[in-house]
Design a protein around this ligand. Structure first.
Ligand SMILES: Nc1ncnc2c1ncn2[C@@H]1O[C@H](COP(=O)(O)OP(=O)(O)O)[C@@H](O)[C@H]1O
Ligand SMILES: [Mg+2]
Length: 263
């Protein structure tokens, strides 16, 4: 407790050993009463609240995963069964389409598991010099957008693979926001000590509830969403020493802004 006070500012700290620890939040404010400054110190025990949230998160993970597994495994099982039946009746002409669907569902599952694994074991970024113009060209082969780079020939030190994954997720979100595809834009700006990268669209934007939750893992308003796109984007931005912000745009749509230090 002494350490927490000595550190200054607000923050969390835990008391006790690993099996039996309690988590507290300490916050401090000053206020004036009858002309004198007083300190208000607030200590809140958060252990139960955090456990409850942890359980909620786990339940959500399990719900999403079982839903996704089931969506693919059910058709795979039923198509394998009807495939065998078609073979037995020597009706070969419908077999290729059944096999193709089995393959498609299996590949979908593969991709889904890959995304989860990527989130769970995101390695530390490996920074290397990257030319923005080439990076953007590479990105364009995977998703459509219009780009505006200033300066046009800038070089950043980033983990290109991680940033590419992030921007693909953000640009996909922009295309899924109801925006017309021509309005999906990417801008890169040089700031004095950082780079600002923005993904812009003219879709629905976010209401207050979505804004408050969108960066949390597994939060999704989409039927088949994994809720990992923005969470992964935040992890990657922060691992680069940067940050990410969501802003509703004047005139409608969303701006996802990422600031990465230039080092
Ligand atoms: N460009 C956007 N415009 C409006 N809402 C968005 C946008 N990007 C993300 N969102 C909201 O944030 C949620 C979380 O996004 P994300 O983490 O990428 O997960 P997913 O796309 O799988 O739902 C989305 O379900 C959607 O409600
Ligand atoms: Mg997404």
């Amino acid at each position: 407790v002494q350490d927490a006070f000595a550190r200054g500012g607000d923050g969390m700290f835990s008391v006790g050993s690993e099996d039996d620890e309690d988590i507290y939040h300490l916050s401090r404010r000053n206020f004036r009463l009858n002309g004198r400054v007083h300190a208000l110190i607030l200590l809140r025990q958060l252990t139960a609240e955090l456990r409850r949230q942890e359980v909620q998160t786990w339940k959500k993970v399990i719900r999403v995963i079982s839903h996704e597994l089931n969506n693919s495994l059910a058709p795979i099982a039923s198509l394998a069964h009807s495939g065998a039946e078609l073979l037995r009746r020597e009706q070969y002409e419908r077999l290729p389409s059944a096999l193709a669907t089995i393959e498609e569902r299996a590949r979908h599952l593969e991709g889904f598991i890959r995304d989860y694994a990527r989130f769970a074991k995101l390695p530390a970024p490996r920074l290397a010099p990257v030319e923005w113009s080439r990076f953007i060209e590479q990105l364009r082969s995977q998703v459509a957008f219009s780009a505006d780079l200033q300066p046009a020939d800038g070089i950043a030190r980033i983990d290109a693979a991680q940033l590419e994954q992030t921007l693909i997720n953000l640009l996909k979100n922009a295309h899924e926001s109801g925006s017309s595809p021509e309005e999906v834009r990417l801008t890169v700006r040089k700031l004095p000590e950082s780079w600002r990268i923005e993904v812009l669209d003219r879709g629905s934007g976010m209401n207050a509830a979505v804004l408050a939750n969108a960066l949390l893992p597994f939060y999704s308003t989409k039927r088949h969403g994994t809720g990992l796109g923005l969470a992964l984007a935040r992890e990657i931005a922060e691992a680069h020493g940067g940050r990410i912000a969501l802003l509703n745009r004047e005139g409608g749509g969303l701006c996802v802004s990422m600031v990465l230090p230039d080092r």
